[in-house]
Design a protein around this ligand. Sequence first.
Ligand SMILES: Nc1nc2c(ncn2[C@@H]2O[C@H](COP(=O)(O)OP(=O)(O)OP(=O)(O)O)[C@@H](O)[C@H]2O)c(=O)[nH]1
Ligand SMILES: [Mg+2]
Length: 619
Amino acid sequence: MFVVATAGHVDHGKSTLVRALTGMEPDRWAEERRRGMTIDLGFAWTTLPSGGTIAFVDVPGHERFVPNMLAGVGPVPAALIVVAADEGWMPQSAEHLAALDALGVAYGLLVVTRADLADPGPATARARAEIGATSLGAVEAVAVSGRTGVGLPELRAALDRLSVRLPAPTVDDPVRLWVDRNFTVRGSGTVVTGTLGAGRLRVGDVLELAGADEPVRVRGLHSLGEARPEAAAVARVAVNLRGTPRDRLGRGDALLTPGRFQPTDLVDVRLTGDPAADLPATLTLHVGSAAVPVRVRPLGPDTVRLRLSRPLPLLVGDRALLRDPGRHHVAGGVRVLDVAPPPLGRRGAAAARAQVLAELDGRPDLAGELRRRQLIRAGELIRMGVPVHAEPVQGVPVYAGPVPGGPVPGGPVRGGPAQGGPVYAEPVAGDWLADPAHWRRLGEQLTEEVARHAREHPLEPGMPVDALRQRLALPDRVLVEALVRPPLRIHAGRVGAAGADALPEPVARAVQRVRAEYGDRPFRAPEADRLVDLGLGPREIGAAVRAGALLRLADNVVLLPDALDDAVRVLAGLPQPFTLSAARQALDTTRRVAVPLLELLDRRGATRRLPDDARIVVT
Ligand SMILES: Nc1nc2c(ncn2[C@@H]2O[C@H](COP(=O)(O)OP(=O)(O)OP(=O)(O)O)[C@@H](O)[C@H]2O)c(=O)[nH]1
Ligand SMILES: [Mg+2]
């Protein structure tokens, strides 16, 4: 199917033309028919000589209804510009053309109507000149009369030629269906209609409604008046939603493929065309079928920041237009450069931002986004309209990880030039992507932080991962873990040099002294004041225990680590079972050591305590 919107001044014969071509009535309302004037969008379709189907979105020409006109043309890629031979170029001819130009519409035809009333020559010449200066460029022109039917066969043939020039629709792209109408069908519930510009809809699909938390489910689909299991772009569609009340959505809302869009109320854009130097501070942004008041903050010569009064599911590269509703004037076209721009807090930030924006053209650029954002989740980039799988990126290796938001359309998830598949940026951890230079710097910073921590806390076995995450201002622990490279390693939630749990020099010396003094009476523990003399406080003892250099039986009761095995050997030589007193004498020690030592052996299963408090060695 091929969808085309009409455009042109009031009463120039747009609806008459659609009626003549399709045999259908585009003016749906009684009031429209009574007043002989289109107020809201109309829809009709027919078959072309080639056999292809064409659907029309018929728009109102009256200046009061320009917002309705914009909701109709917003999602449609081709236009039928209608000019009456007897009236010629008029104000809304100009305003509609300016809107098409602002939206970047590149395909169209000029139809000079009412050719039975006047020579179509002058109107054709003027309109051609005006259209030639816009995104539409040189267009074919056909003179017709809706009254006599003259020129209609030529127009049908011209529409066929236009349809084959249109770019092939991207049916694998995510769906963003801008709603242009909603109504209720008895027995079925809420139905919304729109022009499906990309992607594919199926009965049973679950979609997101931008701005609402709950998903919506496609209960039924109609296209060209018939129920269908599936509709692929480009198409006019009517979508029956299961369980969604009609007042939940209307014109300007969008139905979305889940996980592929992130509604935003702050965007940086480039003004296209001939933007006025003194743009009003408040304008209306028209995109898709939506019209949203925005606050305009100038940044560079042709770049501005827009604060939307409600979030819209916008993508980098989207075309839109700004209109001054008071002055009936298209203030300019808009190309979205950034849908998640940084705040402009500090002094000079706006000027710096203008410089960044000067480099952007609205084409998604993965390497550039990574350079500017340094660290970002792949899913977030995809939701901005920046594919992480499109182009080989200089200096960014092949991505072999999962792509969030479901399978990537148009190719396998694993790929690379060797397999002829798409090329991906490689996540550094999870689905985090990093600018390679930034990632290298973070690695260096981590090494420095760990070294500094080791100097300042020599008794600790490395720096806690969470402390590192905070020092490096990283949003996720997995990033810290991914940055750790040998000789550093992660052990028990800390990052340190392998052997960072080895003993600091003074502690090692103190342990050496214990060994020298107590080696020949291994079950005698140094008294508390002796430990103090040796410089073994609780922290030093903790470090020595972690390093396996001392064995802690209780507070301030430590033995050399081999004492445990020796004790079992000695106790096994006693008549079984044996008492605490027998054990104490055999080990040549005091109750201070014997009690916790036997309890430790019990816990380890080397000895067992009997009901009468005697013990046996478990063999
Ligand atoms: N003689 C003659 N009259 C025409 C022709 N086309 C349209 N008209 C008349 O012009 C008037 C306006 O036609 P419409 O088709 O309603 O014009 P429109 O462009 O749809 O108007 P809006 O939707 O209000 O912008 C009607 O009275 C039509 O009968 C034509 O080719 N020849
Ligand atoms: Mg009309």
